[in-house]
Design a protein around this ligand. Structure first.
Ligand code: ATP
Length: 302
């Protein structure tokens, strides 16, 4: 199969609200696709259409080659869904819940393997109601993986996590990708998309406005570099040579140089500074981050 998830000209209307407007989307087997978009962009609606939990107003969806809206058992066993705040019988222990879920599937992943995968071994005998928020999300993830799915839908998997817990969750998702799992991830955290996604799709007003690997999204790699530094007392921006093709402006107490070729511009500026023994305090060269590109893309469509 060439596509794990495929949507063609997908639309969803809620009365007057046209929440998803002509989305074409494909996710290859083993790919991690991250769906980004501002609040109200239509992400939840799109994901629910792809999962088969909502019916499109127009267009088609194929999930592992089948129509997800038909609710076939064969498909259900191959698709994991991890939502925000799943309802659980929370008087049961973690291992009891995993054992119970394992019984629903034809080829379950053993509870011990799941506990190791999500790094929840230490809480195996804790009751679900006594788990911390982060442990509870890990349990949700383990339950989503209980049927050994081929496709996993992950909704904001690390919201509310502390930095260690986030890294731990990222390790789990990266390990799953290593096993060939297809993942459709929604998040509001751009560093998470950068760390996990093979490809990012940005949704704004129900349309996909940009799509590509995180490092190439929106022509990010071709955007100018920004060089910042501070000058010692007695020197101002007018004293600094402007590298060819660059612009140079005052930026607070320092200088901002925007240059199409960051390496050449940095070379020119540092060469000038070394020749004259001028310290360039806080000198740094930055390419636009995924967040910069995301904000400019979504603001352009606001
Ligand atoms: P968020 O990031 O805030 O979760 P989202 O990108 O997931 O937002 P959706 O929840 O899909 O966006 O909502 C898209 C639009 O559709 C919004 O205008 C929302 O108000 C509307 N909408 C969503 N669900 C329904 C519904 N059941 N009935 C009517 N309108 C809805």
């Amino acid at each position: 199969m060439r596509r794990a998830i495929e949507a063609h000209d997908l639309h969803k209307r809620y009365g007057d609200v046209h929440a998803v407007r002509g989305v074409d989307l494909t996710v290859a087997p083993g790919e991690v696709l991250c769906l980004l978009g501002p609040n109200g962009a239509g992400k939840t609606t799109l994901v629910e259409l792809l999962e088969g939990h909502r019916l499109p107003s127009a267009g088609s969806v194929s999930l592992l080659g089948r129509d997800p809206a038909r609710g076939e058992r064969a498909l259900r066993d191959r698709v994991g869904v991890v939502l925000q705040g799943t309802f659980l019988q929370d008087e049961l222990t973690v291992v009891e819940l995993l054992e119970m879920h394992a019984r629903w599937y034809d080829r379950p992943r053993p509870p011990d393997e799941l506990l190791e995968l999500v790094e929840l071994d230490a809480a195996r005998d804790a009751r679900a109601r006594d788990l911390s928020g982060g442990q509870r999300r890990r349990l949700d993830l383990a339950l989503g993986l209980a049927g050994r799915p081929d496709v996993l839908f992950l909704d904001e998997p690390t919201t509310g996590f502390d930095p260690h817990a986030r890294r731990q969750a990222w390790r789990t998702i990266q390990a799953l990708r290593g096993e060939g799992l297809t993942v459709l991830l929604t998040t509001h955290m751009l560093d998470e998309a950068q760390a996990l996604a093979d490809r990012v799709a940005v949704l704004a007003h129900g349309e996909i406005v940009a799509e590509g690997p995180p490092e190439l999204l929106g022509g990010r790699h071709e955007r100018p570099a920004e060089i910042r530094f501070a000058l010692p007392d007695g020197l101002g921006p007018a004293d600094v040579p402007t590298p060819p093709g660059a612009t140079l402006v005052r930026d607070g107490d320092g200088v901002l140089v925007t240059a199409p070729d960051g390496v050449a511009a940095a070379h020119r500026l540092t060469g000038w500074a070394l020749e004259r023994d001028v310290p360039l305090a806080g000198f740094r060269v930055a390419q636009p981050t995924l967040e910069d590109v995301y904000l400019s893309l979504t603001e352009a469509h606001a």
